[in-house]
Design a protein around this ligand. Structure first.
Ligand code: ATP
Ligand code: MG
Length: 387
């Protein structure tokens, strides 16, 4: 049986670990704090700062895992290249994990090297150079730290007066030692999707039915599957996902994000791992959920097809404030509702807007996706986190 070193132990890692446990694999769950969600279901756990390269080296040396599976971006991913040289398998690959933690690497690869259509973009390293960059891409535009996720440090510039503010805000939200930001033209998209893509070690690349989602404060609120999408746009998105995953290399599931508007499909970014919007697959919308797919790809177990079994939606349960012992109210109400399920992640503490759980709803294939999504949202709003 394989030994998996899981770097990051949040809710996505927890579901991945559960999938691994069902196939009797060994998982060592790592995070910066104790009792993280995936640690509650893993075989062993370790608490380290994963941005500390030496601590990471020591862990790999100690456990000698068959697979190193990153679950988050904030890892000293430069070390992954060494691990590969030493014969370790990084999922999906050192390059994928390293490139996607920095918006510059992945954007330049997608736009310049692979020629994928993206929002027009520039980089800036100071408030002054941001001003220049904004004049080039035009307003409105979006500023993001090169290293950040979940919308941290991200803001939209609508007028000249916003520039200074956007710069300062980006510096507060930046992770790591990089001050640089990307500024990209605001795409007035009709909808955005995540295209879950599975690359296999010895098999063809497969695509899940597209997932629609809605974002607030840079985090997803609801997602639904399948997203209604013109056939030719889906074809374009698949071609782009194929190209970018091929260029990054390796086996695993990827969440490839696109905007779709009047001028077609724009590549936005991608995660070389299960995607938060993909939690909709916990509604059993597919023959395998995104975590099971990731695990199979990691282990090199062939996946012959991905089929849509029913329609579904997910809606997040957020905390309203800080707590050292969060509990939940309203679980009876949603349990009583038909065609609905939920997960409570078991995060030991809460803070404002922290994602604590998710509600999933579903219906048969001839059901209505908007109705299912509306229901997920309504039901999630009935749960409150007691502080
Ligand atoms: N150029 C843009 N035009 C319009 N909307 C945008 C643009 N860039 C980002 N957004 C909006 O902000 C959301 C978050 O952006 P992005 O995915 O780049 O950030 P992130 O911090 O990496 O988010 P996450 O890690 O949660 O995926 C997008 O899903 C989209 O709704
Ligand atoms: Mg994103």
């Amino acid at each position: 049986m394989a030994k998996i070193l899981l770097l990051g132990s949040g809710e996505l890692g927890k579901e991945f670990t559960i999938a691994a446990q069902r196939l009797a694999q060994t998982v060592i769950a790592v995070d910066s704090y104790e009792h993280a969600p995936a640690m509650q279901v893993s075989d062993a756990c370790e608490v380290i700062n994963m941005l500390d390269g030496e601590a990471l080296d020591a862990l790999v040396e100690k456990h000698k895992p068959d697979f190193i599976v990153p679950e988050i971006e904030a890892i000293r991913t430069e070390r992954f290249y060494d691990y590969e040289k030493q014969g370790y398998t990084v999922i999906p690959s050192a390059k994928a994990a390293n490139f996607t933690m920095n918006r510059k690497e992945i954007r330049d690869l997608a736009a310049k090297e692979l020629g994928l259509k993206t929002a027009d973009y520039r980089y800036a390293t100071s408030a002054e150079s941001l001003k220049m960059a904004v004049s080039e891409v035009g307003m409105p535009c979006v500023v993001k730290p090169l290293m950040s996720s979940s919308g941290k440090g991200q803001s939209t510039i609508k007028t000249e007066d916003d520039i200074e503010k956007a710069w300062n805000y980006s510096q507060e939200g930046s992770r790591g030692d990089v001050a640089e930001v990307i500024v990209e033209s605001f795409i007035n998209f009709d909808y955005e999707i995540t295209l879950l893509t599975v690359t296999q070690r010895n098999g063809k690349t497969l695509f899940c039915p597209p997932i629609g989602h809605r974002q607030e404060r840079g985090d997803y609120m609801e997602s639904w599957q399948p997203a209604t999408m013109e056939k030719h746009h889906l074809k374009t998105a698949r071609e782009m996902a194929d190209k970018v995953t091929e260029a990054l290399g390796g086996a695993g599931i990827w969440g490839v994000e696109f905007f779709v508007g009047e001028e077609g499909v724009y590549f936005s970014e991608l995660s070389p791992r299960p995607h938060d919007t993909g939690m909709v697959t916990l509604a059993k919308t597919q023959n395998f959920n995104e975590f099971e797919l990731h695990l199979r790809a990691v282990l090199g177990l062939p996946i012959s097809e991905i089929t849509l079994e029913r329609i579904g939606a997910s809606a997040v349960i957020l905390a309203s404030g800080n707590s050292e012992n969060p509990t939940f109210e309203g679980l009876e109400d949603i349990s009583a509702a038909p065609k609905c399920d939920f997960r409570i992640f078991g995060k030991p503490t809460s803070r404002p807007y922290r994602r604590m759980g998710v509600v999933v709803t579903y219906d048969s294939l001839d059901g209505n996706v908007s109705e299912v999504t509306h229901r997920a949202k309504q039901l999630a709003s009935k749960i409150s986190v007691r502080l």
